[in-house]
Design a protein around this ligand. Structure first.
Ligand code: 5AD
Length: 352
């Protein structure tokens, strides 16, 4: 197996181009085998469960791909009250979840003080739980304040590590430079950090995907979120094709090879483009799933893309179903905090 660590961006692009011409639906090839071996070496057969709470659908950004973009006048906007959020956590805790992910658009209503109070409310009630934030770009002072209030982890996808490609996905007010700065600040503050990108976003080439891998190698985040792009009808990319299952699985596996201890979700987007998407993601090296704990009545409104699964096995009520599907795929659902294993060098106990 080639050592991906030694490959240049150009070589990674060639590898991606070569591999995408050899679809491997049974994931039997050496890249997927190695991805599974590494994931087993670090995490055994565990799949970490995270309870996702989509707490605001307001967003001041205007990303061309996202249904929550400011420019989408048809979007239904909601904001959960603190009590509603705590209720989601209480339900999640009773179901066994020990990580809560508070995700939302960039919503100025949740200023530093308000968000710190919310973090404190959750962490003081459930100190044994990890709290992950996913609230976009903020000044470093805010990131510091959230961390001091008790937030443990932060998800902020970089979306594309190629500045020109990034600029085709976002208005000029958003830059890759600023996104990267945020990621480095988060890391410096001491968060477990998650970056990530969509596969098959408009204008994306193998070179862009290679840049994503090179950037991940450099940042070395603890978590990486990767899912296929899926068009949303009220965005400028409405007519663009969705990203492919095969290429998404390949990028998951390559990410596992580059960052063996990474916490890698098999995303909702992957589960939304293929009935077995979630399971295939796990077989490609993913080891996290994030069922939705948001109140059922608001789920439709958190519409990043059309056809997003939010019920059944994607949702907290379907937890038994999801655990069963994970078991049938050969893995074990694990509800513990599931912190990053990489601080414990070398890998725990080799499985094979
Ligand atoms: N298709 C797939 N993923 C999307 N996201 C936003 N819009 C879409 C879409 N149309 C992803 C982005 C963002 C995350 C919250 O959801 O990568 O970071």
């Amino acid at each position: 197996m080639t050592n991906l660590y030694a490959l240049t961006g150009r070589e990674l692009a060639a590898l991606i181009r070569e591999q995408r011409t050899l679809p491997d639906p049974a994931l039997k090839g050496p890249i997927f085998q190695e991805a599974r071996r590494l994931r087993g070496e670090w995490y055994g057969d565990k799949v970490y469960m995270r309870g996702l709470i989509e707490f605001t659908s307001f967003c001041s950004q205007d990303c061309f791909y996202c249904g929550l973009r400011r420019g989408n006048r048809s979007a239904v906007r909601y904001r959960l009250e603190t009590d509603q959020i705590l209720h989601c956590c209480r339900t999640g805790y009773a179901l066994g979840f020990r990580t809560f992910v508070l995700q939302g658009g960039e919503d100025a209503f949740f200023d530093t003080h308000t968000l710190c109070a919310l973090i404190d409310a959750v962490k003081s009630r459930w100190p044994d739980c990890a709290l992950t934030l996913s609230v976009g770009e903020r000044p470093k002072a805010d990131y510091n304040a959230f961390h001091n209030a008790g937030a443990d982890r932060f998800l902020l996808r970089h979306e594309s590590a190629d500045p020109l490609h990034f600029a085709r996905l976002h208005p000029a007010s958003q830059t890759l430079e600023s996104r990267k700065r945020c990621l480095y600040e988060l890391r410096e503050i001491g968060y477990q950090v998650g970056a990530g990108f969509m596969v098959g976003s408009p204008f994306q080439t193998a070179e862009h995907l290679a840049s994503d891998l090179v950037f991940l190698r450099e940042l070395s985040p603890q978590m990486v979120g990767i899912g296929p792009f899926i068009p949303h009808k009220y965005t400028p990319f409405a007519g663009c094709p969705a990203g492919s299952l095969d290429l998404t699985l390949l990028m998951l596996a390559l990410t596992r090879l580059l960052l063996p201890a990474v916490l890698l979700p098999s995303t909702t987007a992957l589960g939304s483009i293929h009935l077995e998407g979630r399971e295939l993601g796990l077989r490609a090296g993913a080891n996290v799933v994030m069922p939705n704990l948001s109140p059922p009545e608001v789920r439709e409104s958190y519409s990043l893309y059309n056809g997003k699964f939010s019920m059944g096995a994607e949702a907290a009520e379907g937890i038994a179903l999801l655990c069963d599907r994970i078991r049938r795929a050969g893995y074990t659902a694990d509800f513990s905090r599931g912190d990053w294993a990489g601080c414990a060098q070398p890998p725990p106990s080799p499985v094979e």
